[in-house]
Design a protein around this ligand. Structure first.
Ligand SMILES: Nc1nc2c(ncn2[C@@H]2O[C@H](COP(=O)(O)OP(=O)(O)OP(=O)(O)O)[C@@H](O)[C@H]2O)c(=O)[nH]1
Ligand SMILES: [Mg+2]
Length: 248
């Protein structure tokens, strides 16, 4: 079943204000749907810093966004892999003024998606990650029971040039409730090695584990302490060849 796109909201400043406390979690709760796009060129060009949630299908991206924002159905989540089929943007910010945008991306690696759809999506995603001008951070969601897979590694390669230029990067180990404490500690240390010094956090939507930590980090990314607005990162040069297919 495909996700039904919702009508774009052209001006985020006219969305109703949701009262919020002055905390990263309160800020998260201000999330509201902004727009949805099946193709990159349908996304509005924004100057607001944008953070993309990427990862294998069924890893828990949409659920994580719903948990962080405390809104049950902001992003489409489902037991059935391949639920998210568009790039969905959510605006964050108090008094209805958008100061950050979250992007929920379709997952990769779901075998039951038709080959042509897979290739089209991989292209859209690679182009998004390489060329989205206001993209300032990437959250990679990974189910620690599977670890970082070959597809995750390919994606890491695609974004490496931008990470080297300062793009923020976090690996979230999802569904931590399915692991014992010892397994969690082991998964964390393995992922830290694979992340090459990047941030890694355990997360459970079920147990609300890691919610404060992740909210704080995303707040820090988009609200630098020196008061300067978070720089929207310069996009990397577009790849000369077609990006390598994220396929199994
Ligand atoms: N136990 C547990 N289940 C979770 C957790 N997070 C997500 N899930 C479940 O995992 C399934 C997939 O979640 P989604 O959030 O739809 O995954 P997604 O990464 O957005 O998937 P795609 O849209 O297909 O890319 C759903 O059945 C969720 O309920 C978690 O922290 N713990
Ligand atoms: Mg999803």
């Amino acid at each position: 079943m495909s996700s039904s796109p919702r009508a774009p909201t052209p001006n985020p400043k006219v969305t109703p204000t949701i009262p919020a406390a002055v905390t990263p979690l309160g800020w998260m709760h201000t999330a509201r749907f902004l727009t949805t796009a099946a193709q990159l060129h349908h996304l509005p060009a924004l100057e607001t810093p944008e953070i993309a949630f990427v990862g294998r299908s069924n890893a828990g991206k949409s659920t994580c966004i719903n948990t962080l924002t405390q809104q049950k159905q902001l992003a489409f989540a489902s037991k059935k892999p391949g639920r998210t089929q568009h790039i969905n943007l959510f605006a964050l910010g108090k008094q209805g003024i958008t100061d950050a945008v979250l992007a929920d991306l379709p997952g990769y690696g779901y075998a039951a998606v038709a080959k042509m759809d897979k290739l089209r999506w991989q292209q859209v995603m690679a182009n998004y990650l390489v060329s989205r001008e206001n993209l300032m951070g990437i959250v990679m969601m990974c189910d620690p029971r599977h670890g970082l897979t070959e597809l995750d590694d390919i994606l890491l390669e695609v974004i490496r040039p931008r990470v080297e230029q300062g793009l923020k990067f976090l690996i979230i180990l999802t569904k931590a409730d399915k692991l014992t404490r010892a397994e969690q500690a082991k998964a964390l240390s393995i992922a830290r090695l694979q992340a090459g010094g990047g941030e890694v956090k355990l997360f459970s939507a079920l147990k609300k584990q890691g919610v404060d930590d992740v909210a704080q980090l995303l707040w820090d990314w988009t609200h630098p302490k020196d008061g300067a607005p978070a720089p929207a990162q310069a996009p990397a040069e577009p790849p000369e060849d077609e990006p390598e297919a994220l396929d199994e």
